[in-house]
Write a protein that binds this ligand. Structure first.
Ligand code: F6R
Length: 241
């Protein structure tokens, strides 16, 4: 695992944006796996700046988001659909048909998940997967547990995740209890993975991700088995390494 240490959030965002832009510029049809949450917000802002300066072109990019809350409409301000359009897609030249975010409205949930996996395979798999990390070590919404799923699936969010994400909602009761997430198989099949982490509250998860046992009880620890992972972290998140 390569580790890039930065001093602050701005540097974290600039470094991440440079890595994504390089990947997009050197491929004919870049396939990006994208994350939401507070960590990559600055990266999206930097990528928009690069796009405006004509330093990166997303016209051939295909994107797959990691996850979405179950039961929130795409128009809901806390949905990951809303987040992605507001923070990124509305400001770049990606083709709408190339944007993929897990969603299930009228369809059977298993069918929706299989279709998502099929689309990832059809696109040739993910070239660069961006990940944040939960304080409990989750990646996407693959929560710690006795077992993990390889494909896209419906997941019950843990109390820790509901607590952590309640900061985005009016109250804890408003946080959905379930989500659709890409499975660890799709993540692990990505050619390259970039994990972004900032802040003291991620230090323990980052320590276990890099140096702990490989265990389903800390899903990010599986990344030790991947051949091309870069951890981009500020000094606080990396303080226990
Ligand atoms: C979001 C996602 C999650 C977040 C993680 C960290 O799409 O997949 O795994 O990356 O919960 O969230 P933040 O960045 O808000 O600390």
């Amino acid at each position: 695992m390569d580790i890039i240490l930065v001093d602050n959030y701005r540097e974290l965002s600039e470094n991440a944006a440079a890595i994504v832009a390089d990947e997009v510029n050197r491929r004919q049809t870049p396939v990006l796996g994208l994350a939401t949450g507070s960590t990559p917000e600055g990266m999206y802002a930097q990528l928009i700046k690069k796009f405006q300066k004509k330093k990166v072109d997303f016209s051939n990019s295909i994107t797959f988001n990691l996850d979405e809350y179950a039961g929130l409409s795409p128009e809901h301000p806390q949905s990951y659909h809303y987040y992605m359009y507001r923070n990124f897609f509305d400001h770049i030249n990606i083709k709408p048909r190339n944007i993929n975010i897990p969603y299930c409205e009228d369809q059977d949930i298993d069918d929706a998940c299989r279709e998502y996996d099929r689309k990832i395979i059809e696109a040739g798999g993910i070239d660069l997967q961006i990940l944040g990390i939960g304080i409990n070590g989750h990646i996407g919404f693959n929560e710690p547990g006795e077992y993990l799923y390889t494909g896209t699936h419906l997941v019950d969010l843990t109390e820790e995740t509901i607590d952590a994400n309640s900061r985005f909602f009016n109250s804890r009761e408003d946080v959905p209890q379930q989500a659709i997430t890409m499975g660890v198989g799709s993540i692990m099949h990505a050619e390259k993975i970039l994990v972004m982490a900032c802040g003291k509250n991620k230090a323990r998860a980052i320590q276990l991700m890099c140096c702990g046992k490989v265990t389903t009880k800390l899903p990010a620890s599986l990344l030790q088995l991947h051949r091309s992972v870069t951890l981009l972290a500020d000094r606080e998140a990396a303080s226990l390494l």
